[in-house]
Design a protein around this ligand. Structure first.
Ligand code: P6P
Length: 339
């Protein structure tokens, strides 16, 4: 059984000129994930549930776990010295490290430390999502927001940690996707899902249908398609919706399917954030043979203008996303077109 550290080190030798900095960055993220995992596993006992008494940029009341996780990921990346700045869902402004050591860091990170944290109190799986970019500003000086506002195609790595029935870390550096399961008895992640590929088709669709009346016409037409009786194409599909992005996407990674968080009349760009939710998930899904778009164009081609900007998200099995896009192009034509 290969450990995550062994796997990362083995992969490093495949990159000529690799200096080990990226390896150390990934290891920093892993250490923070282990600390967060420990708290999650005893959430009902530790004083980690409930509200922290503050709100984040999203206007959401921060949970104690949000603040705990955010703090530990920031500290791990700061002390590792490979990361010059972090865009976090929990911080309105970019976290730019001022110490000279971090300013020499080649990389910047965008992250959602604990996505879906409100689910922790009802023991529903939650996750950490991260993306890594090489900075475009000169090393040795403070990073700037330009280092983060890069299209997803420029990402050098993306990953998620799913704190589910087991704790699984899935990541890509652009050469396929691999999953690792945490063994708490030895405190190590072991390679459990090598070279993950999701099927071109699936038979589940995942969307919060409570918003149906506010969906674009194209989404409504696609949902009707999913619900039609057509045995040769295994329809009607089943619906699965955990309400936790990492859990819903991971299910699709394992079995195929589509997850949609569309724009709606109340929020034309939807709810999910591009930089630290949709783009990293899109990088992973594309590397595993799937597809991710805003209904019209690939998520990874979106040019960001703000670290907290939102985007509609259609992600999962290639053929299912393409079918949804067909309906969007025929009935909705543009991103925020609602009848
Ligand atoms: P809704 C969790 O709050 C989250 O950010 C994602 O993890 C999840 O996919 C989505 O929001 C659920 O949103 O509006 O269906 O509750």
């Amino acid at each position: 059984m290969k450990t995550l550290v062994e796997f990362i080190n083995d992969k490093q030798v495949e990159y000529p000129g690799a200096t080990g900095e990226f390896t150390r960055l990934l290891n920093d993220i892993t250490i923070a994930a282990k600390i967060v995992n420990r708290e999650i596993r005893i959430a009902g006992l530790a004083d980690i549930n409930g509200l922290h008494g503050t709100t984040n940029i999203q206007g959401e009341e921060q949970k104690k776990l949000d603040v705990f996780a955010n703090t530990h990921f920031i500290e791990a990346l700061k002390h590792g010295g490979q990361c010059a700045a972090i865009a976090s869902e929990e911080n309105e402004d970019l976290i730019i490290f001022g110490n000279p050591y971090s300013q020499k860091g080649k990389y910047v990170v965008a992250m959602d430390p604990v996505d879906g944290s409100s689910n922790i109190e009802v023991n529903i799986p939650i996750g950490t999502i991260f993306s890594v970019f090489k900075r475009i500003t000169k090393e040795g000086r403070p990073a700037t927001v330009d280092d983060l506002l890069q299209p997803g195609r420029e990402m050098v790595a993306a990953g998620y940690v799913l704190y589910g029935s087991s704790t699984t870390m899935v990541y890509t550096t652009g050469n396929g996707v691999n999953g690792f399961t945490y063994d708490p008895s030895v405190g190590l992640f072991f390679l459990s899902h090598p070279d993950m590929k999701l099927p071109d088709e699936g038979n589940t669709y995942s969307i919060n249908e409570a918003n149906y009346n506010y969906f674009p016409e194209g989404v409504k037409r696609f949902l009707n398609y999913c619900q039609e009786d057509d045995k040769p194409t295994h329809r009607p599909y089943s619906t699965r919706y955990v309400g936790s992005l990492v859990a819903d996407v991971h299910r699709n990674m394992m079995r195929g399917g589509i997850f949609i968080y569309p724009g709606n009349q109340k929020n034309p760009m939807g709810k999910l954030r591009l930089l630290y939710e949709c783009a990293p998930m899109a990088f992973i899904i594309e590397q595993a043979g799937g597809k991710a778009s805003d209904g019209f164009k690939p998520i990874l081609d979106i040019e960001p203008y703000d670290i907290h900007q939102r985007t509609p998200l259609f992600i999962g099995s290639r053929h299912m996303v393409e079918k949804a896009e067909e309906f969007m192009k025929e009935y909705s034509r543009e991103l925020a077109d609602f009848r």
